[in-house]
Write a protein that binds this ligand. Structure first.
Ligand SMILES: Nc1nc2c(ncn2[C@@H]2O[C@H](COP(=O)(O)OP(=O)(O)O)[C@@H](O)[C@H]2O)c(=O)[nH]1
Ligand SMILES: [Mg+2]
Length: 275
C-alpha cells in the first residue's frame, strides 16, 4: 500500500532532517540511548512515524515541517514520478483480470467482475532504482460502444490495448480502437498491444503471428499475456514503466530506451509451446 512507501520516504526524509539540523542529530551507529543519558541528549534519535490512510496528508505535513513549505500534489511529492495508464479493448477480453493480476497477483475467474469492473489501481514499479508510480485505469461498460470518455484518453500517458486470442471479433476491433486512440489520445502516448488469455491454447483463434503483424503495422510493441497464469503481465507494465521513466528523465547524451528490444529479450513466448 501507499502507506509503507510514505513511511519509507519519511525515514529517508527524517535522516535528512536529522543531519541538517543542529537540534536533531541521529545516532548513526544505531544505538539506542538508555535512560542514563537523560534528561537531555543531542544524540538521541526521536523516531516518529506518521500513520494514517493514504491521502490524509502525511507527506505534506512532513515536508511542511522539514522545509517550511507546502508542496501540492501528494502523488509527486511522495514518489517522484507517476504516470497514468489506461486499459482498452472490447468487453470481456480480460482488462479487469489483467489489472487485478498485476496489482494483487491473483486471478479472478467467473463473470461477476466483468459487470462490476474497477476504476483504477495504483502500483509502484521499480525502474532502474527509481520508484515509478503507475495509476492504471480500467474501463468498464463504455468499451462495448467504444465510447470511452475522451477526456480519459487525454490524461493517459500509456495505453494497453487488449484483445482475446480466443475471440476473432475482439482482434478485428483493434483497428477501430487504434483509430479512436489516434484521434483522441496524446500524440506521444505509449501504446502496447496485448493478446490476452494465452493460456487457452485449445480455444485459440488468433495466431501469435497475426498479433505480431498487426502490431508491426502500427509500430507498437506486442506480447501475449495471461491474466490467469500471470504470463507476461508484470513484463507488460514493467516495459511501460521503463519507457515512461526514460522519456521523463532522458538526458540528451543518453541512448534512447528501446522498448521493442527490451520486450523481445524478456518475454515468455506462448505462441507454439503454451505458457
Ligand atoms: N482463461 C483465461 N480467462 C481469462 C483471462 N483473463 C480474463 N479471463 C476471463 O474472461 C472473462 C472476462 O474478463 P474481464 O477481466 O472481466 O474482462 P473485461 O471486460 O475486459 O474487463 C472473465 O470470465 C475472466 O475470468 C485469461 O488470461 N485467461
Ligand atoms: Mg472489466
Amino acid at each position: 500500500m501507499d502507506d509503507s512507501w510514505d513511511t519509507h520516504r519519511m525515514n529517508e526524509r527524517w535522516k535528512m532532517v536529522s543531519s541538517d539540523s543542529a537540534y536533531m542529530s541521529s545516532t548513526e551507529d544505531g544505538q539506542t540511548p538508555t535512560a542514563i543519558t537523560y534528561p537531555y541528549n543531542e544524540e538521541l534519535t526521536h523516531k516518529t512515524i506518521l500513520v494514517g490512510d493514504s491521502g490524509v496528508g502525511k507527506t505534506s505535513l512532513l515536508v511542511q515541517f522539514d522545509q517550511g513549505k507546502f508542496i501540492a500534489g501528494s502523488f509527486t511529492s511522495t514518489v517522484g514520478i507517476g504516470f497514468t495508464v489506461m486499459l482498452l479493448g472490447d468487453s470481456a477480453v480480460g482488462k479487469t483480470c489483467l489489472l487485478v493480476r498485476f496489482k494483487d497477483g491473483a486471478f479472478l475467474g467467473g463473470n461477476f467482475i466483468a459487470t462490476v469492473g474497477i476504476d483504477f489501481r495504483n502500483k509502484v514499479v521499480d525502474v532502474d532504482n527509481l520508484k515509478v508510480k503507475l495509476q492504471i485505469w480500467d474501463t468498464a461498460g463504455q468499451e462495448r460502444f467504444r465510447s470511452v470518455t475522451h477526456a480519459y484518453y487525454r490524461d493517459a500517458q500509456a495505453l494497453l490495448l487488449l484483445y482475446d486470442i480466443t475471440s476473432k471479433p475482439s482482434f478485428d476491433n483493434i483497428r477501430a480502437w487504434l483509430t479512436e486512440i489516434h484521434e483522441h489520445a496524446q500524440k506521444d502516448v505509449v501504446i502496447m498491444l496485448l493478446g490476452n488469455k494465452s493460456d487457452m491454447a485449445a480455444e485459440r483463434v488468433v495466431k501469435t503471428e497475426d498479433g505480431e503483424k498487426l502490431a508491426k503495422e502500427y509500430g507498437v510493441p506486442f506480447m501475449e499475456t495471461s491474466a490467469k497464469t500471470g504470463v507476461n503481465v508484470d513484463l507488460a507494465f514493467q516495459a511501460i514503466g521503463k519507457e515512461l521513466k526514460h522519456r521523463a528523465t532522458q538526458q540528451p547524451n543518453e541512448p534512447k530506451f528501446q522498448i521493442h528490444d527490451y520486450i523481445e529479450s524478456q518475454k515468455h513466448k506462448t505462441g507454439c509451446c503454451g505458457p
